[in-house]
Each structure stands twice: as structure tokens, then as C-alpha cells.
Ligand binder design. Structure first.
Ligand SMILES: NC(=O)C1=CN([C@@H]2O[C@H](COP(=O)(O)OP(=O)(O)OC[C@H]3O[C@@H](n4cnc5c(N)ncnc54)[C@H](OP(=O)(O)O)[C@@H]3O)[C@@H](O)[C@H]2O)C=CC1
Ligand SMILES: Nc1nc2c(ncn2[C@@H]2O[C@H](COP(=O)(O)O)[C@@H](O)[C@H]2O)c(=O)[nH]1
Length: 325
């Protein structure tokens, strides 16, 4: 198996088919809606909040609200009152099943529910998918996280409409150090490996450090790309603002960090400071422009054209050109 990651793969250009990058369409169909970008901010407390998710839903972007210290039902009702789609997160505990019961009983529902636990290839996830599907049959269920083809196959067979791939590649993740497991350091090839068996959309989750990594994720099979650190640190980001030597930073911490959990137990995440980098809307616009450029380098007009390009692996034992024949 080839082992590579975002920082040692480059995609190879094909003859340009457009006169302007503006002709390249970055839009993606996902779960019955069309979104402007195949990118979703991570469902983490220092990345998204009510205000950001409202703005994203109202402006044609996919979002997943986090599930920490939040009344999911009140949140869903508020989004409905605003005429916006509802996309929330769920764990696998009794309190999470209560949320599903209330969403069903009160007729609020949810358009997307992301079951998001550290080790998503688990019986608890199978049961939670079934629980949601029985009570909210029209909800699009995303489940994860997994890091192997077996995980993707099982989650799909258990009824997930999409799977989330990535165990430990995140910037504030310490899973591989604490447990010895994960896809950190080879996330892109894990994605390729998982995408080969997937029959439903995959969300590539974690490890995105540059806008070009989004195009690489799509090339290797992602329908959607979940991004944490690149979105943390905006003026609107919910993390606390911290000043160090006259420079402004925003805190960004892992959902399995003691900062998020409120206790030091089964900690697999850390806290870092991200330099404040302007407005979220400007980053999204730049991401879209960069992805339009990527599509044009692929000799295409739309996102899926990225999947047809060849690539090279730089350095290491897998180094060389990889051609699609
Ligand atoms: N993508 C990634 O690599 C990772 C992401 N995270 C994020 O952190 C957040 C919290 O995750 P999580 O603690 O799973 O959520 P929860 O606190 O909702 O716990 C999930 C449940 O699964 C059980 N469980 C069994 N094995 C594991 C395991 N290896 N890791 C975690 N739980 C396990 C837990 O029990 P018990 O606690 O008793 O063991 C608990 O009942 C999520 O948003 C998750 O996505 C966390 C780590 C890795
Ligand atoms: N191992 C851990 N992974 C975590 C934790 N909190 C979040 N995450 C994952 O990271 C991505 C974001 O990655 P980034 O590279 O874009 O910053 C996020 O979507 C989660 O899957 C954690 O505490 N431990």
C-alpha cells in the first residue's frame, strides 16, 4: 500500500479547458442540498457557534454544529424559526438518545445529524444510527470517525448516509501519541484506501493545513472536507482571544482535551493558539478562488474533474509518478 500525506503529494496539471477560473464550479451536492464548497468547519467549540452556523446556513455553506454544553433541541428550533436547515452533532449516550426523542416528539427533526465519537467503528454507533433512523427517518446521518475500509463498510451497512474518516490527524490531536493508533501522518492515503470501498460520501476529517489540501482530499475520494485549525482563529471564532507580545491569538482546543471536557480523563487533545487571521467570510472566498484554480489546473470545470488527475509522491519509498491509465 502507498503511504503518503498532504505534504508529500502534488497533483499534476492537465490542459486548461476554461478561459477564466470563474467558470470553475466548486459547488457540491451533499445530503439533498447543494453547497458552495466541499468544506465544513469542524464541529468543535472553538471553531463554530450559533452565530457562525447561522451565517453559514444562510449563505449556502454546509455546517455541523458542535454538541458540547448545548441544548441541541433549542438550537434546532431556533434554526427552524430562522428558516434555515438543521445540522447537529450527537454522541452515543442516553442523553443523546433523549435529544433524538425530543426532536421527533416536538416535530423539529434535523436535516443532518453527525454521530461523532473518537472511535466510531463501534457497536454504540451502530445502535445510534438505528435509533436515529427509526425516529427521524428523513435525517441524513453522518457517522464516524473511522480510519479503515472495514470501518467505512460497517458504518455504511449499519445505515450511515456518509462516513467521516480520520483518527488523529488533527492539529490539536494527541491520539497517536497517547494510544499508538491512527491515520495521523498518512491521512491522505488512508482516505484513498477508504474511498476505494465506499459506496456513499466520505468526509475527510483533519490534517488540512493549506487550501490546496482540499483539492487533494477531493482527488483521493472526499465528498466533503472537515477543517478545524484553518477556521479557528478568525475574528468571529468562538475561542477566547489571547494577547502575546502585542500579537492577538485565538485559542483552539481539542474536543477530547481537558479544556473541552472540564476534567483530565481520557484526554486525547490539546490547546494551541492560532494567530487571528481576519474575517471568516474572506477565508471562505479565498478558499473558493483557490479551489476554482485547482479545478482549472485539473483541466476541468467542476469538482469531480479533480478526481481524474495524476499525482506524484515526493520522497520516501513510494516516490514517483502515479498515472491514471
Ligand atoms: N477524530 C479523532 O481522531 C478524535 C476525535 N475526538 C473528538 O472528541 C470528541 C469526544 O469524543 P468521545 O470521547 O469519543 O465522545 P464521548 O465523550 O461522547 O464518548 C463516546 C463514548 O464511547 C466510549 N468509548 C469507547 N472507546 C472509546 C475510545 N477509544 N475513545 C473514546 N470513547 C470511547 C466512551 O466511553 P468511555 O469514555 O467510558 O471510554 C463513551 O461512552 C468528539 O467530538 C470526537 O470527534 C476525540 C479523539 C479522537
Ligand atoms: N484526536 C483528537 N482529534 C480531535 C480532537 N478534537 C477534534 N479532533 C479532530 O480534529 C479535527 C480537526 O483537525 P484540523 O487538523 O483541521 O485542526 C476535527 O474535525 C476532529 O475530527 C481531539 O481532542 N483529539
Amino acid at each position: 500500500m502507498e503511504i503518503f500525506d498532504y505534504d508529500n503529494v502534488l497533483l499534476l496539471p492537465r490542459q486548461c479547458r476554461v478561459e477564466s477560473r470563474a467558470e470553475c464550479d466548486t459547488g457540491v451536492d451533499f445530503g439533498g442540498r447543494r453547497f458552495k464548497l466541499p468544506v465544513v468547519p469542524a464541529n468543535m467549540k472553538t471553531v463554530v457557534d450559533e452565530r457562525i452556523t447561522e451565517w453559514m446556513a444562510a449563505n449556502g455553506y454546509f455546517y455541523v454544529m458542535h454538541r458540547f454544553d448545548l441544548d441541541n433541541v433549542a438550537y434546532a428550533k431556533r434554526m427552524r424559526d430562522l428558516g434555515l436547515y438543521v445540522s447537529i452533532s450527537s454522541g452515543v449516550k442516553p442523553a443523546d438518545r433523549d435529544v433524538i426523542d425530543r426532536l421527533a416528539a416536538e416535530g423539529v427533526g434535523a436535516d443532518y445529524i453527525t454521530i461523532d465519537i473518537a472511535h466510531g467503528h463501534a457497536e454504540s454507533v451502530r445502535q445510534m444510527i438505528a435509533y436515529i433512523k427509526q425516529r427521524l427517518p428523513n435525517t441524513f446521518v453522518i457517522a464516524g470517525n473511522v480510519g479503515t475500509p472495514e470501518g467505512v463498510i460497517d458504518l455504511e451497512n449499519w445505515g450511515a448516509d456518509a462516513t467521516k474518516v480520520g483518527i488523529g490527524p488533527g492539529k490539536v490531536c494527541i491520539t497517536r501519541l497517547k494510544t499508538g493508533f491512527g491515520t495521523g501522518g498518512w491521512q491522505l492515503s488512508a482516505l484513498k484506501w477508504c474511498a476505494r470501498v465506499a459506496t456513499k460520501p466520505i468526509i475527510a476529517d483533519g490534517g488540512i493545513r493549506h487550501h490546496g489540501d482540499i483539492a487533494k482530499s477531493v482527488r483521493f475520494g472526499a465528498a466533503m472536507v472537515m477543517v478545524g485549525s484553518l477556521f479557528a482563529g478568525h475574528e468571529e471564532s468562538p475561542g477566547a482571544t489571547v494577547e502575546v507580545d502585542g500579537k492577538l491569538y485565538k485559542e483552539y482546543y481539542g474536543s477530547a482535551s481537558d479544556f473541552n471536557k472540564g476534567e483530565y480523563k481520557h484526554v486525547e487533545g490539546k490547546r494551541i493558539l492560532e494567530p487571528v487571521k481576519g474575517k471568516l467570510g474572506d477565508t471562505l472566498r479565498e478558499m473558493q478562488e483557490d479551489l476554482q484554480s485547482s479545478i482549472s489546473y485539473a483541466g476541468g470545470r467542476q469538482l469531480n474533474d479533480l478526481r481524474r488527475v495524476n499525482y506524484v509522491i515526493l520522497g520516501g519509498e513510494n516516490a514517483g509518478e502515479h498515472l491514471l491509465m
